[in-house]
Design a protein around this ligand. Structure first.
Ligand code: SF4
Length: 464
């Protein structure tokens, strides 16, 4: 769960990177970093916390250049903290190179151990470092590739690095005079290209282009490597994949509703999940209430399909920060109450259908149901716009272990009792699949337990 951004060929690239990565803040709140090249050197800053609070004016003034990459992190692999904040910067046989990566590698432990045996030392405990550590350690060029002479020196090393890793990656390398972006052959994580006058941009979601007034150009395709330098844009497809496996959870929850990813608008897909949920549902109700923010779009679809009015029965507090004051036993619901409050006038005496995007541990749903009842709801019907989460993610989304997933421990009726709802219904797996184009090209392993890439390392298996 990370956001990445890159821009090539613009004055004050660091400022574009700052705003571009700010637009991707929802993809990671733990740390932020920006690396900038002035064509002679690469400079880097990394900070803990949110973009607007963590990066100062002085930080931005200390980074002057025309090529930049940026990252927001929500850790999925490696320890928390600034040591694993990206971009990573390393001295390589090709000079200084910086890297941002969104995804998760399933052969990190074994590949790292192999490189350590060969004398490679690692500064971080995150799988992303492998992309830099592998540079200069071998070359690979498939026979099918006809290489542009401009790329003959460097790209075989990039192809080699990518050929050694297994798992999910959307990434951008920053060299002093170029960007190289790549997406794994399965295409787990999104990566898009944009244009702004003479500049070329990359971002995890199209909302990062909107904030800069840039135009969406096209998506980086699964298995594609794109080189952008002062000679132009060059594209290669060095790897074949047995299948595509774009992450369907990006549509369920992770991406912003106004973004375009995986050949579709997130808003449209998320709304059709709500519509489909309504088609599969036979409950009678007076009002549809979304759990903000991620339940809002499916609730619109549900409400329109059922012709039941949508009301804001839960109001979200947008100023929630971190509290270090632990609530007492009497105040045990305070954390969820800090986040949401019930809106009594639209709930009192009503049969309420409450819509959330997903149900993972069940603890928040339980508190929401109780909150709606206390505010006078006559009936509370919990509806989830995705199927039960029955498996962890090994490809870059921070889902909990099986022990923490409520649908791995309880059947649907017991979950209903646990959360205290009058009824509980999920969107079916077939229903979810019907909401995307070509569902065979998507990963839905956390809902189906069908994992597109087998797990190789203990570090991954420990999540089972
Ligand atoms: S397991 Fe779930 S969250 Fe992970 S890539 Fe697949 S669909 Fe996405």
């Amino acid at each position: 769960m990370c956001g990445i951004f890159g821009i090539f060929n613009v004055e004050h690239a660091q400022k574009y990177a700052f705003y571009g990565i700010y637009a991707l803040q929802h993809r990671g709140q733990e740390s932020v970093g920006i690396a900038v090249s002035d064509l002679a050197d690469i400079k880097l800053i990394k900070r803990s916390g949110l973009v607007l609070e963590a990066i100062s004016k002085e930080d931005i003034e200390s980074l002057e250049g025309s090529i930049a990459i940026a990252h927001v992190r929500y850790s999925t692999a490696g320890d928390l903290g600034l040591t694993n904040a990206q971009p990573f910067l390393k001295e390589t046989p090709f000079g200084k190179v910086a890297l941002v990566h969104n995804g998760n590698l399933v052969n990190y432990t074994s590949l790292k151990a192999e490189l350590e045996k060969e004398g490679v030392s690692f500064e971080h405990t995150s799988d992303s470092e492998l992309f830099l550590a592998l540079l200069g350690r071998g070359t690979y060029v498939p026979e099918s590739i006809s290489m542009n002479p401009l790329d003959e020196e460097l790209l075989p090393h990039i192809f080699y690095a990518l050929s050694r890793v297994k798992g999910a990656y959307s990434l951008i390398y920053l060299f002093k005079d170029k960007l190289i972006a790549a997406r794994d052959p399965y295409g787990f994580r999104p990566l898009l290209m944009g244009r702004l006058k003479d500049a070329v941009l990359f971002a995890s979601e199209s909302c990062a282009f909107d904030i800069l007034g840039a135009q969406f150009f096209r998506e980086v395709k699964p298995g594609e490597v794109v080189v952008v330098d002062f000679h132009g844009i060059r594209s290669y497809f060095p790897f074949k994949s047995p299948r595509k496996a774009m992450c369907i959870f990006e549509f369920v929850y992770f991406s912003k509703p106004e973004s375009y990813i995986f050949g579709d608008w997130v808003y449209n897909v998320r709304k059709s999940m709500g519509r489909q949920l309504a088609i599969e549902d036979d409950v009678d109700a007076d009002v549809v209430v979304p759990v903000p923010d991620s339940g809002i779009v499916p609730a619109i679809g549900y409400s329109q399909e059922k012709s039941i009015p949508l009301e804001l029965g839960l109001i979200r507090n947008h100023y929630v920060g971190r509290s270090f004051i632990e609530p007492t036993q009497e105040l045990r619901d305070v954390k969820v109450l800090m986040k949401f409050n019930a809106n009594r006038p639209v709930l009192e005496g009503k049969r309420v259908v409450v819509i959330d995007d997903s149900l993972v541990r069940g603890t928040t749903s339980k508190k929401i149901v109780s909150m709606l009842r206390k505010a006078g709801a006559k009936e509370v019907h919990m509806r989830i716009a995705s199927p039960p989460v029955i498996g962890p993610c090994y490809y870059g989304i921070d889902t909990p272990t099986r022990e923490e997933l409520i649908a791995c421990k309880l059947n649907q009726e017991d979950i209903r009792k646990f959360i205290g709802a009058d009824s509980l219904r999920y969107l079916s797996l077939e229903g979810l699949r019907s909401c995307v184009k070509n569902y065979q090209e998507f990963c839905d392993a956390c809902f189906s337990n069908v994992y597109p890439i087998p797990l190789e390392d203990e570090s991954c298996l420990s999540k089972t």
